[in-house]
Write a protein of this length. Structure first.
Length: 442
């Protein structure tokens, strides 16, 4: 396995630049495919899973149960981080990323064929839960490898924030693709959307997996990991080693994501149940707004990564945290009016404070870990946030609205997440502009 991931020798500047471009493209496209799969489930959970797999519940309970199956995908993400982080630091970034893509893609494809409650009772929900867990394991190993694949090919210290932000760019790509797919097959299937239309985007994911595999098989291993192989400095048990030697960085990585990840899933998953189910707004109108928000992120994520190369990773991140803490109140103030123009603007703006953090986040977290433990440490810290932030967010938002009947309760929740992230990010080490190929004192 290791033999397949090595380079053939030193590369000249032209060859190195070509490999950097290939690595960035492979990381970004592969990540976009994985997030297409992950977000597709979130959209379906908000729109159809409650009705199809929990039909005997009232609408609120059905939504909570649907988001419960959604949550287990986040529980799987730290598991995936541990499994694939181990192999990413043992045998290489490239081979591990091929495995994560297969894991996610095959699980998503299988979701298209899960029978409903009407056919097999509660076992349909059980099957969804198992497949969602496998999705989570796949995406749990994806992020760390994609970021390192791009970042570790960068020779210039003052562009790593931008380079590492491109795999993050895969998130709005996946969000846009999944929203487009749901909208297209919703229009095509019409009244049959609940019967079969929602299944087609899941089945089509197998085509995207094939494309992603073809791209990833054509890249070389990163120079940083190749150096570890050549000098025989890989760790036997990198997950245990990073927990022992860099626990602070793991905990801070998870906590600083609270203000980025929890609001993101409120803005992109809970928003469907809230606006369509509670405010009785048109499903396709909300999909349109989310797609425009994703298009805005095409600019704001790499821009934030680029700015972090100029003003520092931590400074850029802290600005984004503060903006997010305040924005939640504006967001729900506009959405609660149920005025289409106000709701549309709120949704389109919602990902900007997220992107101000998400752009520099990849480099901020990955740079904090020494090379031989980087895949394991960065993946584990990043994905632990899924259990405390992203996964519970739609559930917490639904429960808060049920208890207080106002979106401002959810805005307070977002502000609390931002306060936690503000403190955590302040204590995170910042390696902007420093050499990340040499081992740290870890």
């Amino acid at each position: 396995m290791a033999m397949a991931t090595t380079t053939v020798g030193p590369l000249d500047d032209v060859e190195h630049s070509a490999q950097l471009r290939k690595a960035v493209v492979a990381a970004t496209i592969g990540t976009a495919i994985e997030w297409y799969d992950f977000f597709l489930y979130g959209t379906a959970a908000g729109l159809v899973f409650g009705k199809l797999y929990f039909p005997n519940q009232n609408p609120l309970s059905a939504t909570l149960l649907a988001f419960g199956t959604y949550f287990v995908g986040f529980v799987g993400r730290p598991i995936g981080a541990a499994i694939f982080g181990h192999y990413g630091d043992r045998i290489g970034r490239k081979a591990t990323l091929i495995a994560t893509l297969l894991c996610m893609g095959l699980a998503t494809f299988a979701i298209a064929f899960v029978p409903t409650y009407e056919s097999i009772g509660i076992w349909g929900a059980v099957a969804l839960t198992v497949l969602r867990t496998i999705q989570g394991i796949g995406v749990g190993g994806e992020w760390g490898g994609s970021v390192l694949l791009a970042m570790e090919w960068s020779r210039t210290h003052n562009q790593r924030g931008l380079v590492a932000s491109w795999p993050q760019f895969g998130v709005p790509c996946g969000l846009l693709l999944s929203s487009l797919a749901v909208m297209a097959f919703s229009a095509w299937s019409g009244a049959d959307f609940l019967t079969w239309g929602w299944r087609v985007p899941f089945a089509l994911s197998i085509v995207l997996v094939g494309i992603g595999l073809w791209i990833r098989l054509g890249i070389l291993e990163t120079p940083v990991f190749q150096k570890l192989l050549d000098t025989k400095k890989t760790e036997h048990a990198p997950i245990l080693e990073v927990i022992k030697k860099q626990p602070k960085e793991i905990i801070l990585s998870a906590l600083l994501r609270m203000s980025e990840q929890a609001p993101f899933y409120v803005f992109t998953a809970f928003v469907f149940a809230y606006t369509v189910g509670t405010l009785k707004m048109d499903r396709n109108f909300i999909l349109d707004a989310v797609m425009v928000a994703a298009l805005v992120s095409f600019v704001t994520i790499p821009l934030a990564g680029h700015i972090s190369d100029r003003i520092g990773r931590k400074n850029m991140y802290l600005i984004g945290v503060v903006v997010m803490g305040l924005f939640g109140f504006l967001y729900f103030g506009m959405v609660d009016t149920a005025i289409p123009s106000a709701v549309f603007i709120a949704i389109v703006l919602s990902l900007i404070p997220h992107d101000m953090q998400y752009g520099p986040q990849a480099a901020l977290i990955a740079e904090a870990f020494t090379p031989r433990l980087r895949y394991s440490g960065a993946s584990l810290g990043y994905q632990l946030a899924s259990v405390i932030a992203g996964g519970p967010a739609p559930l917490i938002a639904t429960a808060l609205f049920a208890a207080y009947h106002t979106g401002y309760a959810i805005a307070i929740y977002i502000a609390i997440c931002s306060a936690i992230s503000l403190v955590s990010a302040a204590f995170m080490p910042d390696y902007t502009g420093q050499d990340i190929s040499a081992e740290y004192d870890a």
